[in-house]
Every structure is written in C-alpha cells, then in structure tokens.
Design a protein around this ligand. Structure first.
Ligand SMILES: Cc1cc2nc3c(=O)[nH]c(=O)nc-3n(C[C@H](O)[C@H](O)[C@H](O)COP(=O)(O)O)c2cc1C
Length: 130
C-alpha cells in the first residue's frame, strides 16, 4: 500500500473510474492519504462520483508518471468519522478553503479488497493487494 501511496503522490494526478448504471465515469483526482493503515481519497457528497460510489463501490484508478503506470482496482468504502476527515484535511490544508470535517459535504473513502499493478515498457509488472 505504501508503494501505491508514493506512486500516486509522485504522479500528482490520477484518474478515478466509477460505475454509473452501465456507463463508466472517469475524472481526475489528486487526494490520497494513509490513515489507520488504509488508503483514503477525498471528495464531496454532492458530487456524482460520491453518488456512484454509494450505489456501487467498485472503482478503479489509473495514473502515469516517469515511464510507469499504475492501476488500482477495488471497492471504495465511505468513512463518515470526523477523525478520518480531519486527518485528510490536515494532509491537504488547501482543501480547508472548501471543506470542513464537520460540514455536510466532506467525504472520505478508503480502498477495500484492492489489487494494484505498476507497469512499464521496460520492466516486469509489480502487483500486490491491500
Ligand atoms: C488535478 C485535479 C485533481 C482533482 N482532485 C480531486 C479530488 O481529489 N477530489 C475531488 O472530489 N475532486 C477532485 N477534482 C475535481 C473533480 O475531477 C471534479 O469535481 C469532477 O467533476 C468530479 O467527478 P464527478 O463530476 O463525476 O462527480 C480534481 C480535479 C483536478 C483537475
């Protein structure tokens, strides 16, 4: 999981895919944080991405950096605890202009049953799960 975290931090931006009925949806995301040994992302409850994850937690993300790319597939589980949100916002102080841990919108999700692969054209893939 640490490897995944570092890859996504270094990449800066990843692309998060969700399921919307029979239609895949994908968008750029940047938040990634480790809290209580789980990999978290952050969004807003008002966003379609949040509605999609509540209807179907299956998600996949992809990022590319420095000749390597990563895919992480799993379920994203909402964690409504105040302390999980505080931890995320402390890691991204810039978000505090838009979000508060005790507002009705801030939401964090952690990966469950995640599998990842880091690939490149020049080295064998590295896979794992967390
Ligand atoms: C580089 C970049 C990083 C972003 N990171 C996030 C993020 O971590 N969380 C988030 O909710 N939105 C983030 N956004 C905004 C979402 O991409 C945007 O709100 C998108 O429309 C959400 O998807 P949805 O409309 O399907 O809900 C980011 C946008 C960009 C350009």
């Amino acid at each position: 999981m640490q490897k995944v975290y570092e890859f996504l931090k270094d990449a800066g931006t990843y692309y998060l895919a969700t399921v919307d009925g029979d239609q895949p949806r994908v968008r750029p995301f940047g938040t990634v944080h480790i809290f209580e040994d789980k990999l978290y992302i952050q969004t807003g409850k008002i966003k379609p991405v949040s509605h999609q994850l509540h209807a179907n937690p299956k998600a996949e993300l992809c990022a590319f950096n420095d000749g390597r790319w990563i895919r992480v597939a799993g379920e994203l589980v909402s964690d409504d605890r105040y302390e999980a949100k505080v931890s995320m916002l402390d890691a991204y102080p810039g978000l505090k202009k838009m979000y508060r841990a005790d507002d009705d919108n801030t939401e964090v999700f952690y990966f469950k049953n995640a599998v990842y692969t880091i690939s490149s054209f020049t080295s064998p893939p590295i896979s794992g799960s967390f």
